[in-house]
Every structure is written in structure tokens, then in C-alpha cells.
Design a protein around this ligand. Structure first.
Ligand code: PEP
Length: 248
């Protein structure tokens, strides 16, 4: 099945109101590539303003598992939707590692996002010592088993494979290693969801930039990219979108 390429920028804890100009430039450039799905995930404070940018598709970087309640400082999935988001990232390694989120937590957040009508990007990925020990695929497939919900529209849930050691480091796995991991993920999804899994996109994330995007996005079973540092400006992000458009 042909899956549309999907390029998602994660701004993390970067961006003030002046940064909406960067989002404007990004979505103006994206308009020239209608065959690629593109979204930006800004900090919560910029969601509403960014959602108002012409052509913008925006998402949250996290959500709470509950729809509302006494959870000071947290943001619920229906609040993201209300602010103009159409997607949410869950299980980013900076949440799993920095905030102690388990596979069960990630699964609950994914379910909360889907229930609120959002699409979900669910992140998995191994730390460096696991890669070096040769058990990266087993590690990631266990994360998939524990954090991917059971019932959902496959078009609305994408997996992002992000080796932790490649995030923000400038290091990237070989294209063969990326293809092997994505193939293993696709096999696991097919084993669990059957033919419906064909519609699920699997993104690669970790130091994607304009120079390596064509090679990484061209690897087998890579349906797009989750991009951190290179998503903050149009000068860095649009070449990645263009690489995806060429591979279309
Ligand atoms: C990320 O944090 O999801 C990410 C991929 O970051 P970077 O592109 O900066 O490595």
C-alpha cells in the first residue's frame, strides 16, 4: 500500500511568540508540496497562534492520560484539540527517560489522544548500550507491544522510531540498520493488526537534516521523519520536506 510521506517537526521547549514568523515561512513553503503531510508540534503556549497560520497543521508534544481533572501543570488531549491541534506526540524518549513514563503510561496517553479525535505519533527507540549489545530490535518491539493500543484507526496512529543516541547528537544509524528496524516494526504491527497495519506510517527520527533526509527517507519502510533541531526554521526544515516530496 502506498503511504503518504509524513514529516513532523518537534519544537520541544523552543519558541516564543516571535517564532510564529518561522512557522509562517514553513507552512508557506509546505504549500508547494501537497503530496507530503507536514505538521509542527510547538510548545503548548504557541499552539493556538500557530494553528491560525495559513495551511498550518499543528500538534502537541505530550498530553495527560486523563481528559480533565486535578493535575496541575498538565494538558489534556481535548485541550490540545480545542487549541487547534490535530495530532499529539506521545512516548518521546525525553518523556520516557526524563519523566519516567512507562509503556503503560504511553499507551494510556495514546488512547487519550485517539479518544479526543487526535492523530497520534507514538515514539519508540533504544538507548546506546542496547544498540551496542545487539538487542535494539527486541527492545523496540517490546516497547511497541507495551505501548501501542489495541483498537484504533490505523490511519490515525504512526510510529516514530527514534534511537535515543541519535537524537540531537548528529549521529545517525546506517540506512541498513534503519531499514532493518522499520521492517521489524512493520512485521510486528502486521502480526498484531493484520492487513490494517499497512496503513500505519513508521517515521524515522534522530538528527535528520537537509543533507541526510533523502537517504534516510528513501530507506525501506520509512514513511517520513520526526525532526527536532532542524524543524525550527524554514531554511533547515523545508529541504527535508522537499526530500520527502521527491520520494513521494
Ligand atoms: C526528536 O527529538 O524527536 C528529534 C528527532 O530531535 P533531533 O532531530 O534534533 O535529533
Amino acid at each position: 500500500m502506498a503511504r503518504r510521506k509524513y514529516v513532523v517537526g518537534n519544537w520541544k521547549m523552543n519558541g516564543l511568540s516571535a517564532s510564529i514568523a518561522d512557522a509562517r515561512a514553513i507552512f508557506a513553503g509546505v504549500a508547494g508540496h501537497p503530496a507530503v503531510d507536514v505538521a509542527l508540534c510547538p510548545p503548548f503556549t504557541l499552539l493556538g497562534a500557530m494553528a491560525a497560520v495559513p495551511g498550518a497543521v499543528v500538534g502537541g508534544q505530550d498530553c495527560h492520560r486523563a481528559a480533565l481533572g486535578a493535575f496541575t501543570g498538565s494538558i489534556a488531549a481535548p485541550m490540545l484539540a480545542d487549541a487547534g491541534a490535530s495530532l499529539v506526540i506521545v512516548g518521546h524518549s525525553e518523556r520516557r527517560e526524563g519523566f519516567g513514563e512507562s509503556d503503560g503510561d504511553v499507551r494510556a496517553k495514546a488512547e487519550a489522544g485517539l479518544t479526543a479525535g487526535l492523530s497520534v505519533i507514538l515514539c519508540v527507540g533504544e538507548p546506546r548500550d542496547v544498540r551496542e549489545s545487539g538487542s535494539a530490535i527486541d527492545y523496540v518491539l517490546a516497547q511497541i507491544a507495551g505501548s501501542v493500543p489495541d483498537n484504533f484507526d490505523p490511519q490515525r496512529l504512526a510510529i516514530a522510531y527514534e534511537p535515543i543516541w541519535a537524537i540531537g547528537t548528529g549521529l545517525v544509524p546506517t540506512v541498513d540498520d534503519v531499514a532493518a528496524m522499520h521492517g521489524a516494526i512493520r512485521g510486528a504491527l502486521a502480526g498484531r493488526f493484520g492487513a490494517a497495519a499497512d496503513a500505519m506510517r513508521i517515521l524515522y527520527g534522530g538528527s535528520v537534516n537537509g543533507d541526510n533526509a533523502a537517504e534516510l527517507l528513501g530507506a525501506a519502510d520509512v514513511d517520513g521523519a520526526l525532526v527536532g533541531g532542524a524543524s525550527l526554521t524554514s531554511a533547515k526544515f523545508l529541504p527535508i520536506v522537499e526530500a520527502a516530496a521527491v520520494l513521494g
